[in-house]
Design a protein around this ligand. Sequence first.
Ligand SMILES: Cc1cc2nc3c(=O)[nH]c(=O)nc-3n(C[C@H](O)[C@H](O)[C@H](O)COP(=O)(O)OP(=O)(O)OC[C@H]3O[C@@H](n4cnc5c(N)ncnc54)[C@H](O)[C@@H]3O)c2cc1C
Length: 406
Amino acid sequence: MSTFSLDPGPDQLAVRDWLHGFAADVMRPAAAEWDEREETPWPVIQEAAKIGVYSLDFYAQQYFDPSGVGIPIAMEELFWGDAGLGLAIVGTTLAAVAVLANGTDEQIGTWAPQMFGTPDDVKVAAFCSSEPDAGSDVSALRTRAVYDEAKDEWVLNGTKTWATNGGIAAVHVVVATVDPALGARGQASFVVPPGTPGLSQGQKFKKHGIRASHTAEVVLDGVRIPGSCLLGGKEKLDERLARAREGTKRSGGKNAAMATFEASRPAVGAQAIGIARAAYEVALDYARTRVQFGRPIIDNQGVAFQLADMKTRIDAARLLVWRASWMAANNQPFTSAEGSMSKLYAGETAKFVTAQAMQILGGNGFTREYPVERMHRDSAIYTIFEGTSEIQRLVIARAISGIPIR
Ligand SMILES: Cc1cc2nc3c(=O)[nH]c(=O)nc-3n(C[C@H](O)[C@H](O)[C@H](O)COP(=O)(O)OP(=O)(O)OC[C@H]3O[C@@H](n4cnc5c(N)ncnc54)[C@H](O)[C@@H]3O)c2cc1C
């Protein structure tokens, strides 16, 4: 087990500095333009691929770093650069984590590289769990997966919504129900390979924030995929379903979508911290230089205390995220839902800090001349996706009480 340390060590610091350079030199100058265009920033993703920031190798290295802080450090720097571009660059990793969490070694080896493509032919991937009638309540998924034994194929039918990279992805990972009577325990994850007939993009959403990241519906109409595309394999699924039907405890409350979310929550918290830190830095700088009543506005306790609170919350959020990331990397059980705690606090912090930053910038904060307006819009998703703040509180409350609080 790696000792919990707040010193990332020379390797992680070098990665941090390298990513900071990319965030400052490539992402920041492009952020406002792609926010306005509301399109996938392929040139920025390609640039990231060229230097290895957008690559399976890079994420695998960070993911398997025993200190656990490789991924949070990377996420914080990229999202400090810009959240919309950041999500366009890292959106693929949610699908990659789904394959990593649920797939066999062979499946990981087959599909993970195809999700990223190559620097000359960049691809993205999508993770499709949410549906119009199943957002927070993942047990209510209606997308059906039916096994065609004669052909050893699975047939998927249903409509997914809110999928990051949905419809533009090479590889889609789809969570579907195999046995609706079992609720969340009757679900499984499937890979839909590139170019599979029957999968199409539905509506693309126009959003409040993270507008450079593509979010769309995905329609699955008689999508036929090989039996080998069931993540984890049929034998494991059959065993799991049999246990669930017997109602034994061993099948646990854990399901395919939840396995993905558990692994990714601290990383999402780190993204929120990146946005918060960026807004705080702009506000601190502004407060030092903006003069009213003959002195810099930071000379007023009212403003200085706001900045003190902002910085304190950012650092507290980072401590929670690093703890949860270290626990996950070292197989420590989240007995108090520490992963959810980190995402809850970091998401709420990003909203708080960006709102305060707007306030400190006064009228300028409300315009697109300054970046905090965009950061404030971007931060709002962090109390909604990957489990809303209310759902995180539910998960924490259940973990600490042992009571199935509703
Ligand atoms: C930009 C964006 C990108 C996304 N990317 C993806 C993706 O890549 N893949 C994917 O599968 N999904 C994705 N999502 C979906 C996201 O995870 C869901 O929006 C989220 O889980 C909330 O679901 P919902 O929108 O249906 O809200 P609802 O579940 O309808 O919730 C509405 C409100 O009710 C509250 N609520 C619901 N149930 C309870 C309860 N039991 N107790 C207290 N409060 C409750 C919620 O907290 C919320 O405030 C994305 C969403 C967005 C907006």
